[in-house]
Design a protein around this ligand. Structure first.
Ligand code: HEC
Ligand code: HEC
Ligand code: HEC
Length: 110
């Protein structure tokens, strides 16, 4: 005979189904794109190339850290505006950042 406490009561089965319907316990949690940790889960160990526009100073050092301390406080998506979902489509250009969203003119290499 099966001990009764090993059987799920109809009430707990019902509760389980309604929690699933609410998305609680579902494997995928909506990701906060403005949290840099979300991005760094995948991009932390990736080398950052030189900017395509060679008149522009680097924003990232090759190891992914920031060349200018003032940039550390921003969200990745303040600059990488085209990233609106994860996973993102292929062929995104990391250099496609508009400096003039924050700067009066695009900074140049001295
Ligand atoms: C689940 C893993 C994952 C997460 C999380 C993620 N990315 Fe990506 N990202 C990728 C992959 C894979 C590519 C395309 C392949 C590649 O070139 O590295 C890519 C490409 C890019 C590129 C284009 C540059 C390149 O290397 O081709 C940028 C910029 C970028 N991601 C920024 C972000 C930002 C900003 C966030 C956070 C909002 C983010 N990513 C979150 C996996 C991820
Ligand atoms: C101040 C603007 C700015 C911020 C903030 C910023 N980036 Fe970038 N990112 C750039 C620019 C510009 C490039 C092109 C290379 C360069 O100029 O250093 C780039 C390049 C990249 C690349 C490589 C793209 C390629 O073509 O392979 C990745 C990946 C990336 N950034 C991820 C991130 C992540 C993750 C964060 C947040 C921790 C972040 N970026 C924050 C401006 C920014
Ligand atoms: C989301 C806002 C934001 C974006 C986008 C942004 N910056 Fe900045 N950056 C700042 C702030 C804020 C400072 C510190 C105040 C200042 O110097 O204007 C700064 C400072 C700098 C500095 C050091 C000070 C100076 O002006 O010489 C450089 C270099 C720089 N940014 C380069 C860039 C480049 C290149 C881009 C585009 C690829 C860019 N930034 C995009 C916010 C931004």
């Amino acid at each position: 005979m099966i001990p009764s406490k090993k059987r799920l009561s109809p009430v707990s089965i019902g509760l389980f189904i309604s929690l699933l319907a609410l998305g609680i316990g579902a494997p995928v949690v909506a990701e906060d794109l403005s949290d840099n940790e979300t991005c760094l889960e995948c991009h932390a160990d990736q080398a950052r190339p030189e900017p395509e526009n060679t008149d522009r100073p680097r924003v990232h050092n090759e190891d992914g850290s920031f060349a200018v301390e003032d940039h550390e406080m921003w969200s990745c998506i303040d600059c990488h505006e085209m990233i609106t979902e994860i996973p993102h489509p292929e062929g995104i250009n990391g250099s496609d950042v508009n400096c003039e969203n924050c700067h009066d003119t695009t900074p140049t290499v001295d």
